[in-house]
Design a protein around this ligand. Structure first.
Ligand code: 4NP
Length: 173
């Protein structure tokens, strides 16, 4: 990954790849497309756990996303693999457990960015202080899925601004 590269790739990772990372995948890919970067930025998502391989996003996740205008129905869960570290410039974890699982599989030569999604969040989407992690909504209620969505939208904007200023401006000039 350098500022001279002509493309950039982003992988969002959570535990099951059916709630948080598919939300991030759908929201960030839509934002990328709306800014005209679809040819430049590749977006994908994966999970560290294998319980839901090939499953579509959780129905509660899909419904919240649909209510905000995002269609996640084409996405299918997959496991994160060591090869992902060769393919992706940004590997973005939803919580600290995901991050430590990813750090454990990170090959020595990985020169991309591995970190937490909410590090790119510039402000809290609610009255509450900005959390450090996107909380796992799977065993909770509806409000958890709404919170995931709000955090993902805010962090997606911050991540794209970061990429624009660190990578894309050099391409355009
Ligand atoms: P995600 O949520 O990591 O945001 O996709 C979960 C989905 C499934 C499980 C846990 C979290 N599970 O235990 O099956």
């Amino acid at each position: 990954m350098t500022t001279a590269s002509t493309s950039l790739s982003v992988l969002f990772v959570c535990l099951g790849n059916i709630c948080r990372s598919p939300t991030a995948h759908g929201v960030f890919a839509t934002l990328v497309a709306s800014k005209g970067y679809s040819e430049t930025i590749t977006v994908d998502s994966a999970g560290t756990g294998d319980w839901h391989l090939d499953h579509a996003p959780d129905q509660r996740t899909a419904e919240v996303a649909k209510s905000k205008g995002y269609d996640l129905s084409a996405l299918r869960a997959r496991l994160v693999t060591p090869e992902d570290f060769d393919q992706f410039d940004y590997i973005i974890a939803m919580d600290n457990a995901n991050l430590s699982d990813l750090r454990a599989m990170q090959p020595e030569g990985f020169s991309g960015h591995l970190g937490l999604f909410l590090d790119f969040c510039q402000q809290s989407p609610s009255e509450q202080p900005k959390p450090q992690e996107v909380p796992d909504p799977y065993y909770g209620g509806e409000e958890g899925f709404e919170l995931v969505f709000a955090l993902v939208e805010e962090a997606s904007m911050g991540l794209l601004e970061h990429i624009e200023s660190n990578h894309l401006q050099a391409l355009r000039s």
